[in-house]
Design a protein around this ligand. Structure first.
Ligand code: PBG
Length: 303
């Protein structure tokens, strides 16, 4: 089955600097780029026929509350503006989370270590980030903190401030997964203590996953998501059946690294492996697939 490039979303990582293009050791073929190089990247994506990107920031400053996430000079905010100006045809989705900006590496604001994440402060911070990205022209904001009520809070803040047209991609069913390991190398966002199991989903728990998807739809998400993809094809399929709603699946960093490592000794198989994987996610029912393989897929499809 042919792969429809319109379904693919390519993740991009931006960092301050010039002429910067750092390859990530655990993710061959994935780079952190400075804003100038981001434009090169966008041009090559446009030529390849990839029209949707998901932006992540690798900030140079972290603090306990993650304040640089909504600062005027935030690297993602600047990059969105630049991208939309030069490539209005590219759909820009901006990840909204605190983990790359907090010195403790958790996805929310922590006041008291014993009590964990403070829900009200976290929803405030996430709303501020979303507003800042919307003001720069993001087409979608994508809250990935798994804070309860994040979609509703962000939708409300956007509507109140004149951003009715900015859409929301909810990371609705995000499981606490070991497959995020390489991503945390890229974004330097590993938790400094504890883990994310207090807010991400237990991988044995399909019921809560489906509930969270339903919640996100009710709260106003334009697209809902299941993440990771490969170990969760059953959840994707169930969500597809149960909800007539645009559905994305995130083929995450560890899934990519696994293929890349395997292909080291069997390079000739990489294309077939990737096609098989992407088709399985497609078959399960995803309308959109976020994948680090997107550029390679486009090259193979175009040839
Ligand atoms: C931030 C976030 C994560 C990913 C996307 N957004 C990491 C995490 O929750 O630790 C993972 C993406 C990937 O592994 O490719 N909350």
């Amino acid at each position: 089955m042919a792969i429809n490039l319109n379904k693919l979303i390519y993740p991009l990582f931006v960092k301050k600097g010039r002429y910067l293009r750092e390859e990530i050791l655990s993710m061959p073929g994935v780079y952190r780029v400075s804003p100038d190089m981001l434009l090169d990247e966008a041009l090559s994506l446009q030529r390849l026929g990839i029209r949707q990107v998901l932006l992540f920031g690798v900030p140079d400053k972290k603090d306990w509350q993650g304040k640089s996430s909504y600062a005027d000079k935030n690297i993602v905010a600047e990059s969105i503006k630049l991208l939309k100006k030069s490539f209005p045809g590219i759909t820009v989705i901006a990840d909204v989370c605190l983990c790359a900006y907090t010195s403790h590496g958790h996805c929310g604001v922590i006041k008291d270590k014993k009590k964990g994440i403070d829900s009200r402060l976290t929803l405030n911070a996430l709303s501020r980030i979303a507003l800042s990205y919307a003001a720069r022209g993001a087409d979608y904001v994508a809250p990935s903190a798994m804070a309860k009520g994040q979609v509703r809070a962000i939708r409300k803040a956007l509507d109140k401030n004149g951003f009715r047209k900015t859409k929301i991609l909810g990371y609705s069913a995000k499981f606490a997964s070991s497959f995020y390991g390489p991503f945390r190398d890229i974004a330097k966002s590993s938790p400094r203590f504890g883990d994310r199991r207090a807010y991400q989903l237990d991988y044995t728990d399909r019921k809560t996953a489906l509930q969270r998807i339903e919640d996100d739809i009710k709260q106003g998400a334009d697209i809902v998501m299941v993440k990771p993809a490969l170990g969760y094809l059953d959840i994707i399929k169930e969500a597809r059946r149960k909800f007539k709603w645009p559905l994305a699946a995130y083929n995450v960093s560890g899934e990519y690294a696994m293929v890349k490592n395997g292909a080291k000794n069997h390079a000739w198989l990489e294309k077939d492996i990737v096609f098989e994987i992407i088709n399985s996610i497609n078959r399960a029912g995803a309308d959109f697939i976020i994948t680090y393989h997107a550029k390679d897929i486009a090259k193979w499809v175009n040839n």
